[in-house]
Design a protein around this ligand. Structure first.
Ligand code: BV8
Ligand code: ZN
Length: 260
């Protein structure tokens, strides 16, 4: 019953906001944070994903991010990312919001354009996500603040081999760490879309980290409904109209492409 119900809710909705977390990229081979093979298992968030950790030991933090960049760089968007990109373009009123820093939604936006023989998507393409926590393939200078795309391999063997800005400042991953503010415009746009949405589709997040995990609550607070796609229950599950227990690469195409 859940798939047809989810599809009916989405068909009836004028506006849909989608919030994704690490789980949507799990089937692409990107480890989640808290799962069995979770990233946080070997490391503790406090040890690595904080400005204090970077201040204390930039080499160790860069070692973790260099490892993740190598791993993520070899991953492809899966059927869930691709179905969401097509869905966002298939009708007005869809906003994609992601907590992920892996860039797989943006890559799916590009690949689906390529498939249709179209030019690369502009930044305002509906299939391009609002990235609440930044991008692992962008760096920011700790001295002058300059942001640039950066996919080159990072040599984290020594403090002296870490990436540096042309101003000489040490570069850091341009992601949001614990205790850091999220990009204001992106956050505002995400909550505005959530408040205006009839449906918030929440895929692959443990819904534990705020303010991202409050995006679906904004839809609820404004009278909208939640649909959750997650093999496990989360703090949001009890408040969802429909919960799809399964992997995103199966459940998301089912409710969006209408097949299966
Ligand atoms: C801020 C980027 C304020 C970096 C990340 C107490 C209460 C409320 C809040 C707080 C609190 N104490 C501290 C806080 C604030 C803190 C927070 O929320 N902490 C939590 C732990 C309680 N938040 C912050 O610090 C934020 N900033 O609040 O600033 C402020 C105010 C004033 C002045 C200054 C600042 C910043 C948080 C951002 C941290 N950065 N990532 C990087 O990636 O390296 S967080 C990271 O974990 C993710 O980005 C994501 O947001 C978050 C949660 O991870 P998920 O994506 O949900 O992944 P997870 O592994 O947890 O779950 C995976 C899910 O997928 C599971 O449910 C699983 O079942 C499912 N799944 C598995 N396989 C599949 C699947 N689903 C579908 N298909 C599958 N195949
Ligand atoms: Zn600089």
């Amino acid at each position: 019953m859940t798939v047809p119900e989810a599809r009916t809710l989405l068909d009836r909705a004028d506006r849909v906001v989608v919030l994704t977390g690490a789980g949507i990229s799990a089937e692409s081979g990107v480890p989640t944070f808290r799962g069995e093979d979770g990233l946080w298992k070997e490391y503790r968030a406090e040890d690595l994903a904080t400005p204090q950790a970077f201040q204390r030991d930039p080499r160790l933090v860069w070692e973790w991010y260099a490892w993740r960049r190598d791993l993520i760089g070899a991953c492809e968007p899966n059927a869930a990312h691709l179905a969401l990109a097509r869905f966002a373009r298939s009708r007005p009123g869809v906003t994609l919001v992601t907590q992920n820093v892996d860039g797989l939604h943006a890559l799916a936006a590009r690949l689906t354009r390529q498939d249709d023989g179209e030019p690369a998507p502009a930044d305002d393409d509906p299939a391009m996500p609002l990235e609440l926590h930044g991008s692992i393939f962008r760096v920011r200078c700790t001295a002058c603040g300059r942001r640039t795309a950066h996919r080159a391999a990072v040599d984290a063997t020594d403090r002296s081999t870490l990436p540096a800005c042309r101003c000489g400042g040490l570069l850091r991953p341009d992601v949001v760490w614990f205790g850091e503010m999220l990009p204001a415009r992106t956050l505002e746009a995400s909550f505005a879309a959530a408040k205006a949405a009839d449906i918030c589709l929440v895929v692959g997040t443990s819904a534990l980290v705020h303010p991202a995990a409050s995006v679906p609550l904004a839809t609820l607070g404004a009278g909208g409904d939640l649909i959750e796609g997650n093999p496990e229950p989360t703090p949001l599950s009890g408040r969802c109209r429909v919960t799809l227990r399964g992997g995103a690469a199966t459940t998301v195409p089912r409710i969006l492409d209408g097949d299966g």
